[in-house]
Design a protein around this ligand. Structure first.
Ligand SMILES: Cc1ncc(COP(=O)(O)O)c(C=O)c1O
Length: 401
């Protein structure tokens, strides 16, 4: 065949987090000793009540098509969750169940972007955002949240980044990869600009249950925001359901209708069984994940302690999610024992994987080449091994001559 493939698709990069996770899994399958902190995937099993809800659904024959937007009981349960936990009022027609939160981000962008529209993406960002914006014909406008400002962007920065083409902003709170959590005041200031500039907001809240000693506030709860916000959420992280592929969009009614149409044509609906499992999860509720949150908090503290012992610029303790975004640029310019100079976060991660069998993700994948991302959603023994390897590898670097 000589006819060209989709030019839009040629513009987008593969997800580096998925690539690294796949490579690590392949190395393990080949019998190599690899420790992977690459994937953002809770190591706990899906809780029993959720598995039971799924088995019951299968046994009761809930194995046929559902409505494109998902089953009504589940959408009602999502509304109850939003009301109870977030103080937000949604009707079931505003909820679209999706095949995971990634799919919900796609739906949201597909519903609002026209070719040439600019979408503001605060960096460091989740790898998927800029690529999906590009794929849909939009232009991602990256606004950098520096380490000095805890990787968060300010209202002033947002204002300065807006042009007459700006259509929307993607807010990820708590943030993957930095774990940054916006305070109520910071979000209030940002949302004032969003309303003033008449932007849509896609608010990705998948890590809302993993916030340490801070409050979580939904972006949609501020004045003038519900009518312009598409909330993205899911069950992968909160309820250890990564492989079930279930999430949702909660949107203003007109947008929800469009998303329902897109979904009906593209995938029809997420798995019927996964939807029943999600009802089981929502019955468990936020407080059921408290032990997992506490486990993550301890692991976070351990990671901070161990990495601080070896990093020249210690990482700041993240307030949310289960990632540590550690500054490593002090090591750039140094040589590996084999004489290779480390030039950037990709080079450092390659060295860690080849030398020590440690898989972590280069900050470059998230729009900040000065850092690397560890996922600490792994058991204590794995974290200890990973930290030992990280320490040994960094201590093995030499000043280049
Ligand atoms: C910020 C963010 N949003 C969405 C997702 C996608 O989650 P899901 O497994 O529900 O598609 C992830 C997964 O890593 C994420 O980090």
């Amino acid at each position: 065949m000589t006819r060209p493939l989709s030019s839009r698709t040629q513009n987008i990069a593969a997800s580096l987090t998925v690539t690294i996770d796949t490579l690590a899994k392949q190395m393990i399958a080949e019998g190599k000793d690899v420790v992977s902190l690459g994937a953002g995937e809770p190591d706990f099993p899906t809780p029993e009540p959720i598995r039971e809800a799924a088995c019951k659904a299968i046994n009761e024959g809930k194995t046929r098509y559902t409505a494109p937007v998902g089953i009504l009981d589940l959408r009602k349960a999502v509304c109850e969750k939003l009301e109870l936990e977030n103080g937000l009022h949604y009707a079931p027609e505003q909820i679209i169940m999706t095949s995971g939160a990634k799919h919900a981000v796609f739906n949201a962008l597909a519903a609002i972007i026209n070719p040439g529209d600019e979408v503001i993406v605060p960096a460091p960002y989740w790898v998927t955002y800029p690529e999906l914006v590009k794929w849909l014909g939009g232009t991602p406008v990256i606004v950098q949240g520096s380490r000095e400002q805890d990787f968060k962007i300010t209202a002033e920065q947002l204002k300065n980044a807006c042009t007459d083409k700006t259509k929307a902003i993607l807010i990820n709170n708590p943030c993957n990869p930095t774990g940054a959590v916006y305070s109520r005041e910071e979000l209030e200031a940002l949302t004032k600009v969003i309303v003033e500039k008449d932007l849509y907001c896609i608010s990705d809240e998948v890590y809302e249950y993993f916030v340490y000693d801070r409050e979580f506030v939904s972006t949609a709860s501020f004045d003038g925001m519900a009518e312009r916000t598409i909330i993205v959420n899911g069950f992968s992280k909160s309820y250890c359901m990564t492989g079930w592929r279930i999430g949702y969009d909660a949107a203003p009614a007109a947008i929800a209708k469009i998303i329902g149409k897109i979904q009906g044509q593209a995938v029809h609906h997420p798995s019927n069984v996964a939807q029943y499992a999600a009802i089981g999860a929502l019955k468990m509720g936020r407080e059921s994940v408290a032990p997992m949150r506490e486990a993550f908090r301890k692991r976070r503290d351990y990671m901070i302690e161990r990495t601080s012992a070896v990093l020249t610029t210690p990482a700041k303790s993240p307030d949310g999610a289960f990632y540590l975004f550690a500054p490593v640029s002090d090591f750039y310019g140094k040589s590996t024992p084999e004489g290779k100079v480390i030039e950037d976060s990709i080079g450092l991660c390659q060295y860690l994987l080849e030398k020590e069998g440690l898989a972590i993700v280069p900050g470059a994948a998230f729009g900040d080449d000065t850092c690397v991302r560890f996922s600490y959603a792994a058991d204590d023994a794995t974290l200890t091994k990973a930290c030992d390897r990280f320490e040994r590898a960094l201590k093995g670097l030499r000043c280049s001559t």
